[in-house]
Design a binder for this molecule. Sequence first.
Ligand code: DGL
Length: 266
Amino acid sequence: MSVPASIGVFDSGVGGLSVLAALRTELPDEAFVYFSDAANAPYGERGDAFVIERTLAVARRLVDEHGIKALVVACNTATAAAIALLRSAHPGLIVVGVEPALKPAAAATRTGHVGVLATRGTLVSLKFKALHDSLQGGRVRFSLMPCDGLAGAIERLDAQAIRSLSHQYVQGLGRFGDLPGEIDTMVLGCTHYPFIVSELQHLAGPGVKLIETGEPVAQQTRRLLAAQGRLAAGGPGSLRLLTSGEPAALQGAAARWLRPLPLPTA
Ligand code: DGL
């Protein structure tokens, strides 16, 4: 019996675990290989050339050494810089990216003002500019905040830096509330940020809607696999963790942030 092909999931570090959690819920029968490029994280302030080089190298490794059938780029910064090049380098591979959820936020806001937290790399990218431009001229205004250092602080579990940077960036977006012009919806445009959602919710206020992308990305992955008849059926699902950094740090993060896979039923 041949081993079923796995799904690669990749991020600069632990942030992609927030997407992996949604993927495992949506696709419990699949075998996942998660790669954290922690030795080179964070990507957000490194510039396109570096992020492109790393993304192509990681994808090549996952294809050559793990024979993946699909790759989820669970990193907004890498998606923005490299997804087009990745698709041309691997035409047979199902490639799914993530981007800040501006469209769902525009649909959700009632005040017409949305705050967006993301890395500098994402916000200055042409891909993000195209998305942002496509929503200009409507009733919704987006306030953008490059969060230098925040993904790195989450990566290091540096509670003090997380607290002070989150405070600085959330307050810097403007006034939150449900009056016209106030921010009532905030986009978490980096896959690291869902791990500090309670901190962010506390700073923005309980009535503010926070939007991330794990679930829609997982559903899109399912759709693309199903369209090619490549969904795994009957499980059991599995997970392999790989990193260019410290394996113990990634295992610790996975233990903290991922629920254990349900045991296969007999
Ligand atoms: N988690 C990533 C993102 O979604 C990258 C953060 C970083 O490495 O700066 O953008």
